[in-house]
Design a protein around this ligand. Structure first.
Ligand SMILES: Cc1cc2nc3c(=O)[nH]c(=O)nc-3n(C[C@H](O)[C@H](O)[C@H](O)COP(=O)(O)OP(=O)(O)OC[C@H]3O[C@@H](n4cnc5c(N)ncnc54)[C@H](O)[C@@H]3O)c2cc1C
Length: 206
């Protein structure tokens, strides 16, 4: 049997991110002490711990890989650009994986950077010059900060022990689920389809 948990149902975020087939990526957040204990469990005990946490509502769950633990943080580079250089993806920003947005943000960086480079080249401007790269930085910094605040907020909301805050969260989630326009707005936001969307993400040629 798995070693007893520090609490029976700790208020730590546990996100199930569906992949293709019957597979999911799990983002299982724990305190450092519990994380060290859980990743060190023998396979059978880990499976029992996972079943306790995941539940069996989707049937039997089976880990496909050995669990790995990473310290979580929120980092945004002081600057996304420097002379003839631009940072993209996790090199520019690292956010909590609870909303599964890190890779999507990196793809938005790539699409925005490609667009400013192509626009500059068409005008005969050096694509590596400072004002071209600064356009990329202005474009991506706001979205990055907004997503960082949103994911940190989600993390705080889902890891909070306050019964009042948890009730407000559950009511809020229930409301979003029942109001298709509101739900649609959240989905568009998560898909990066709000604000100034790079042409490549709209399926348009550069
Ligand atoms: C548990 C977890 C779940 C996640 N789930 C999701 C999700 O569902 N959806 C989502 O959108 N995002 C998710 N993310 C975030 C996503 O994985 C990252 O945002 C994304 O992988 C970042 O891509 P990247 O190419 O910028 O960096 P990385 O994927 O880190 O790639 C950088 C590469 O550079 C290599 N490298 C590093 N240093 C050097 C060097 N000096 N020389 C040569 N190579 C080097 C590394 O080995 C690595 O291969 C998750 C993250 C975690 C931790």
């Amino acid at each position: 049997m798995a070693a007893p948990r520090s609490t029976s149902c700790p208020p730590v975020p546990f996100a199930i991110l569906p992949l293709n087939g019957k597979r999911s990526s799990l983002v299982w957040t724990e305190t450092r002490k519990d994380a060290d204990r859980i990743v060190a469990l023998p396979a059978k005990e880990f499976q029992a711990e996972l079943e306790t946490r995941f539940g069996l509502r989707l049937g039997e769950v089976k880990p496909l890989d050995a669990p790995k633990a990473f310290p979580l943080g929120y980092f945004v580079a002081q600057s996304f650009v420097a002379p003839r250089m631009a940072l993209i993806g996790d090199a520019a920003h690292v956010i909590h994986p609870i909303a599964g947005q890190g890779l999507n943000m990196g793809l938005r960086d790539v699409a925005a950077l490609a667009e400013v480079i192509v626009d500059a080249a068409r005008l005969g401007i050096d694509p590596g010059q400072a004002d071209v790269l600064e356009r990329y930085e202005r474009w991506r910094r706001f979205d990055t900060m907004a997503m960082g605040v949103a994911t940190n907020g989600l993390n705080l909301l889902f890891s909070n022990k306050s019964p009042l805050l948890r009730s407000i969260r559950d009511i809020g989630l229930g409301l979003v689920d029942r109001l298709p326009p509101l739900k649609g707005a959240f989905i568009r936001q998560a898909a990066g389809l709000t604000g100034e969307v790079p042409r490549l993400l709209k399926g348009e040629a550069l």
